[in-house]
Design a protein. Sequence first.
Lengths: 653, 64
Amino acid sequence: MVNKLPEKLLLLRKHFGFSQQEIADKMGVNVVEYMGWENGRSICNLAQFKRLSSIFQISLDDMLKNSADIPLPNLSLEDSIQIPFMKDSEAKDIEIPSMVNPQKPKVNMEATAQIKRVSEVEKKPQEQPKPQNTIHRVDINQKPTKKSKSNKKLFAIIGGVIGAIVLVAGIFWLLNMNKGNGGLSLKLSQANRLSTTEKFTVYIRDDQKVAIYGQGITMTDFTDLVKISAYKDSVVGLKSDGTLVAAGSNTNGQLDIKKIEKAVDVSLGAKHTAVALEDGKVTCVGDNSQGACNVDAWENIVDVEAGNGFTIGIDSTGNVKVAGSVTNSSSMESIKSVKSVSIGTNEVAFLNTSQTVTTVSYTGATATNVSTLKNITQVAVGNGFVAGLGSDGKVQIVTTNEDLKKSVEAWTGIGVISAYNNTLVGFTTTGKMVGAGDNQYNQYTNEAESTTKEKLEKVKNLQVSYDKSKVKLTWDKVEGADYYEVSIDTSPVYTAKAVDNTLTIDQSKLVDGQKYVITIIAASNTDKELNSEVYSVDFSYTAPTAEPTATPAFTLTIKYVYDDNVNANIYQDYVMTYNVGDTYRVESPKIDGYEALRTVVEGTMGSKNEEITVRYKAKPAPTPTPPTPTPEVTPVPPPTDPGTGGTGGDNNG
Amino acid sequence: MDKIWYVRSSKRKGGPFTEEELIRLIRQEIIDEEYEIWNPEMKGWMKLVDSVYSFYIPEKENEE
């Protein structure tokens, strides 16, 4: 049998642009062990296959297939992190899978990107569609014999759902068109929410208005903001409807942005402004003497950063585009799987999907070695330092400035960071400002210093699985949480306190076909931390059928024991399940020095579990020392085909 | 190790087994090419011979 795992692992790893070391780190194994899987020396276990399927965003089934012909996921930068937190209005298209596979019901709340077959990707690599998000499936018990009938019903349901979605989408589109502003409805996130520059810092508050720190400039109509970008003495804001607003010095026309609509990202450079649009194109205003605005050919761009005479774009597959006259642009464009980018005084830092950072100098100065930065979710580059916001809310910084390092590494609960020259600023997830480094213009204040309480991280990644009569909820552990408050809007409302990040609920509390909202709060017993924000997920409960086809009928257990002591096993139990009426025939394993008092166990499976004990007695010793059974002895395996002769023995069962 | 593996053929169904037990049964040819395997995290049954666990099927010696 040809082992196809090496070919598959190589294909997936290259597709995601991971190194062997990166995958090994993600798997928590030594790189040598991973290399063993990829060169066919060894094979991983089921838990490791599950982890791999998660890393490579494919189903466990595809991971377990001994085939390299598998669907490759689109490289979306947002799918895996946004969907688990989807708000109610976004969680609308739960799919019901075809009812062909016998299995217990299972809900996976994780998102998957729509996928293409390998052959399609190879044929048309330039035609990868924009990523689309779907909620993963709600699987229910299925009966193979009713495949076609079930499928017809299913198609009818899906057709109805699609029709309804199209109708709602059409109404939505019409309503937004009436607004006359391009119809976008962008949401405020931590991305580009904070921007610091030479003399001031701007931050979008929760009310989507701007707060300014330092030497202020007059900013009018800076409301309903979702992103903001400042440079020197100018600032540009992106509104939730996709329009832009600007303030400050406009000496190069870099603030002539009023006519731009349907923007999804904006970045202000020294003399130009780059804007990513909803259709994936980029538009640019201001000085183009160095070619910074030669971006017309760019497509599928989701993130832009403007520097001094150059522009960097990141497309939806993580590829990098560079426009303008800048050193090492080809090195930048060779970097893959990029999630976001930050331009500093001398270097550019690229945050990739494996949450590590790559730096490239654009001035000829040596780029900072950032190999120590791990689990980074945001990156900010200044003059001689690179800071990364870790997924734990702490900031990791590479710098020779020990004072700066000491200040920054004391920060906790940080939600966003920004840097300019010798200043690094941040905001906690609770909206408190922190800053370190140059503060000549009071561009930051350390509001969080007096704050002793930090909010716990919000719960994420709820998984629902079924186990017999129980529903099991599992979610990612929240650091610092002492317990979790879980509630489900059953009648009466179900509430529970879970010490660990899992909870088991009796299915009798749920009604078949009913939709519920599960909410979880991470909580602390100490005064140091506040409870997390509420994590809320919609959940449709489908009761399992009474007897899943995968559940065995009845189990035959044969125990092999010493004759003188029934509690001492001489050999591992034989466990197999049979339907009622099935015949079975199991030869007793041969064990050196012992003989079975019953050489074959055979019979017909009744309507209950059966347990039979086969006793072994020691053979007369040929030498003064009686033989000892050894685990290395390989017994004759029981035959797979019943009813082919043999003799019966003493039945001690 | 959790008992999560089920097996079936046209004649028999079996399980749940631990992964270790499943591999032993394959190696001992108690579960052979005719079987399909499944665990609750899979979408459907998979032929043993189509799965990575086929790696554990003993190689057949050439018959003269």
